[in-house]
Design a protein around this ligand. Structure first.
Ligand code: AVJ
Length: 322
């Protein structure tokens, strides 16, 4: 039974949650997984042996650090802008190399979480003090508008971790096109894309036996409980992962084990679930060269070069404006 609140929603989270849980089929947006607990769970995921993405990309950056650093360099120096910087573990490999080569650059990590940025700034001061850091708090989209203002010298935009994989192709093109708009002809985009591979490897990465990914996925329900006075019993849902090798799309669901009604007080909403009804929560798109080339082309970009591991598990592409 729906009971739309008379007042406006108190937040975008409230509004999006209301929309998602009153739609058919039901969905929630994966970006809301990342509160403080969600950030921590994702850190744990990145350390799991099953979550191959982090180790693969780390190796690519480590092995190709010199060539990648060379491709960034410019006579007048450059601004290195990282979207979704996180803990910067992988970026530090590149920063170290750039410092060793004596290149002149500023590092501008962008993240939605100020806490994450403070940590990153502090750890860089200790580990690579030569780096000139200017942190930027904000969402991708807000910061992209500001990006174009950095036009006095070359810009290198960094997006690691296959973060783009959470977007459906249409949204991914929009995201890339927004970056392209902020790029001059000498600017570069360096971006990670997880690759299509053995479907079992992908399923295992998103369905670990220790249940960390399950907890990560269920954090959406916990957050609704905490922030919207929801009454979800997370034990009454299972975490379910699918991978379609034809489209390259991994999808996460929460599936209700029983017929149940869940009250979300702050939304004035009672959500009815049939037994085995699903909530779609996340997509993690997998790519190959032809998909990446197509996305780039649609967005006004072109692939200049790519770096990969032996098994083509993961790839980092350099894009320029067409
Ligand atoms: C942060 C979007 C790259 O989709 O692989 C990890 C998030 N979800 N395990 C991904 C995630 C489940 C991750 N990204």
């Amino acid at each position: 039974m729906k009971n739309p609140p008379e007042t406006m929603f108190e937040s975008a989270f409230a509004e999006d949650t209301y929309k998602g849980l009153t739609s058919y089929p039901k969905y929630l947006l994966s970006k809301y997984i990342y509160d403080e607990k969600g950030d921590k769970l994702f850190q744990k995921i990145m350390e799991m042996p099953e979550y191959y993405l982090t180790a693969c990309e780390f190796d690519i950056l480590r092995i190709n650090a010199s060539a990648i650093a060379e491709s960034f360099s410019s006579d007048k120096g450059f601004d290195l802008i990282e979207l979704g910087a996180g803990d910067g573990k992988k970026t530090k490999v590149l920063l170290q190399e750039l410092v060793e080569k004596g290149f002149k650059f500023d590092y501008l990590p962008v993240d939605i979480s100020q806490h994450v940025l403070d940590q990153l700034e502090l750890s860089l001061k200790e580990e690579i003090p030569q780096v000139n850091v200017k942190v930027q708090q904000g969402t991708y989209f807000k910061t992209l508008e500001k990006l174009a203002e950095y036009d006095s010298r070359k810009k290198v935009i960094l997006v690691l971790g296959s973060n783009i994989g959470n977007l459906l192709h249409e949204k991914a093109v929009e995201f890339l096109a927004n970056i392209a708009k902020a790029m001059g002809k000498d600017d570069m985009l360096f971006m990670g894309f997880d690759q299509k591979k053995n479907p079992q490897t992908i399923l295992d990465a998103y369905n670990d036996p220790a249940g960390i990914t399950e907890e990560f996925n269920k954090n959406l329900l916990v957050r609704i409980n905490n922030e919207l006075e929801g009454e979800f019993d997370t034990d009454k849902f299972i975490h379910w992962e699918t991978y379609n090798p034809e489209t390259g799309t991994a999808r996460s669901f929460l599936v209700s084990k029983t017929r149940q009604t869940v009250n979300i007080k702050k939304l004035g909403l009672e959500v009815n679930f049939d037994a085995w009804e699903s909530i779609h929560t996340e997509i993690s798109q997998k790519y190959d060269d032809s998909i990446v080339n197509w996305l780039a082309d649609e967005a006004g970009l072109m692939v200049e070069r790519s770096f990969s591991d032996k098994e083509n598990c993961f790839k980092n592409y350099i894009f320029r404006r067409k």
